[in-house]
Ligand binder design. Structure first.
Ligand code: IPM
Ligand code: MG
Length: 395
């Protein structure tokens, strides 16, 4: 297979710790690639007022494949205060560069597998009917629409007159007619038929390829009749081509409740951007939390792979580092799936499964101790030891 070039974007905090670990595993499994570094995140924001530099976009456009670590995000006002003095009050507005990246390249299909590894002490357990505990095997894959919905960025505090006028064409705006504009904040939820179709199609295709019995649309069509309604409608349409797979529908609130009742019943789940964000964290919590949560952001041309954890700045400077690299390594394995190197991807997942099952090398989170300089003396493995253990188990 031709040698590929992968754009590596460590970003902030522990992104810089875990990304090189994933590359060590990729090298060890025999994936032939060159890696080019690209800046993204907080330092770019502070120094240039732009967390997503054009040079990074150009590299992704050129090479099509990206590995992303993590970024620090702060609310608008806090972010503005941290700009270097020369850039203060010049109208720079912070936005999340990973959300920007997804939108820039239309990485509209986000895949977030949440699978429990047997032997992980962080796996969800519940009371068994006859006493004792029961550990359901969780194997849910969340398909999150990644570019629109509440993340479209169409929002205002103190909306301009034209926006007010447009809203006033809707009968429901009567309830807000007497509220002054300065007292109103609006975030719009935009769904398009095309994007709904694409995420639903991607989900059914995946379910078919991997032998999953059902696809569940997790939205809220009883209240959000237009947007969630459109997603459901598209799902019914696409389902016509996949009659051997069941189509289920749950409301996001009820799904959160069923999560701890019968998580083993769900397989492929589809949601809009915000609900996908929520439901993917929720399922991740059942299989070990952020240390295990991987994801793929896939567009027609470009694809970027990232752990869903944040930059955890308090762990960045620890020497040796103690954060769990597994989410990042699993994300790198998703990159291999994407380029068709599925055997290597499987080899990585099997190696992680073996390390987890064996239980000798465990990160502090897996030991249920707090993270800090003392974690290692309490028996936790360092980040590099975990990676070494994974590499040692590669078949
Ligand atoms: C995620 C994260 C991001 C999101 C944040 C960091 C903007 O929570 O990837 O799930 O909301 O999409
Ligand atoms: Mg999230």
């Amino acid at each position: 297979m031709a040698k590929r070039t992968v754009v590596k974007m460590p970003g902030d905090g522990i992104g810089k710790t875990v990304l090189p670990e994933a590359i060590r595993v990729l090298d060890a499994v025999g994936f032939k690639a060159d890696y080019v570094h690209a800046d993204i995140g907080w330092d770019c924001w502070i120094n240039d007022g732009n967390p997503l530099p054009q040079a990074t976009l150009d590299l992704l456009q050129q090479h099509k494949l990206g590995l992303f670590g993590a970024i620090t995000s702060k609310p608008k006002k806090e972010a503005a205060k941290e700009l270097r003095p020369e850039l203060q009050d010049k109208g720079y507005v912070y936005y999340s560069p990973i959300v920007g990246l997804r939108q820039k390249f239309n990485l509209d299909v986000c895949i977030r597998p949440c699978r429990s590894f047997p032997g992980n002490p962080l796996n969800f357990v519940r009371q068994a009917p006859g006493g004792g505990v029961d550990e359901p095997r969780v194997d849910a894959v969340i398909f999150r629409q990644n570019t629109e919905g509440l993340y479209a960025g169409l929002e205002w505090t103190n909306p301009p007159e034209q926006v007010r006028a447009a809203l006033a064409t809707h009968a429901k705006f009567k309830a807000f007619e007497s509220v002054p504009s300065e007292e109103i904040a609006i975030s719009t939820r935009v769904f398009t038929r095309n994007a709904c179709r694409r995420i639903v199609e991607a989900a059914f295709k995946y379910a078919k390829r991997h032998g999953y019995p059902s696809v569940t649309i997790c939205e809220k069509p009883n209240v959000l009749r237009e947007t969630s309604g459109m997603m459901e409608e598209m799902a019914k349409e696409v389902h016509a081509d996949y009659s051997d797979i069941q189509l289920w529908s749950t409301n996001i609130d009820a799904q959160m409740m069923w999560l701890t009742k019968n998580p083993e019943d769900y397989s492929v789940i589809v949601a809009g951007n915000m609900f996908g964000d929520i439901v993917s964290d929720a399922f991740a919590g059942l299989v070990g939390g952020l240390g295990f949560a991987c994801s793929a952001n896939i567009g027609d041309e470009v694809a970027v792979f990232e752990p869903t954890h944040g930059s955890a700045p308090k762990y960045e400077k620890l020497d040796p580092p103690i954060v769990n690299p597994i989410a990042m390594v699993l994300s790198a394995a998703m990159m291999l799936d994407h380029v068709g190197d599925t055997d290597k991807a499987e080899a990585i997942r099997n190696a992680i499964a073996a390390v987890v099952e064996e239980g000798r090398v465990r990160s502090y989170d897996m030991m249920r101790i707090s993270g800090g300089p003392e974690s290692i003396s309490k028996g936790a493995a360092s980040t590099t030891q975990i990676t070494d253990a994974i590499i040692a188990r590669l078949g």
